[in-house]
Design a protein around this ligand. Sequence first.
Ligand code: ADP
Ligand code: MG
Length: 137
Amino acid sequence: MERTLGIVKPDAVKAKHTGKIIDAYLEAGLRIVGMKMVHLSPEQAKGFYYVHKERPFFNDLVAFMTEGPVVLLCLEGENAISRNRDLMGATNPANATEGTLRKRFGANIERNAVHGSDAPETAAFEIGYFFNAFELV
Ligand code: ADP
Ligand code: MG
């Protein structure tokens, strides 16, 4: 059993895709064990994406992730991390497989609708960054 962090990013929340994305997680057999909507501050977004702080797109990414509310989800299931990455599709929606969340709802490499942890270590960091033990059922 594994847990991963999913985020419905501000573009997808604004476009009213939250329900469809949550439905896709459930249909894929991922259980929701934590969920909340928040509007991230710049400091919160910078801390979450600190691994990318030297990347040229970092400031734009922080601006994007703070432009409106996001939905944070802790998802659980067997191989939840890689299964969620498969469900999401490639970072650039243009390269994402048909039917994936980023193909369906992403606009471009930045505004790509969803986040998903990429490894057990990052999942543990990311879940702990946003949820405390009492918020996970
Ligand atoms: P992923 O979200 O697929 O794990 P990364 O961890 O590489 O991708 O990047 C984190 C996020 O930063 C992406 O989901 C996307 O929103 C943004 N991003 C990544 N690469 C670029 C880029 N070349 N230009 C603009 N934004 C980017
Ligand atoms: Mg990543």
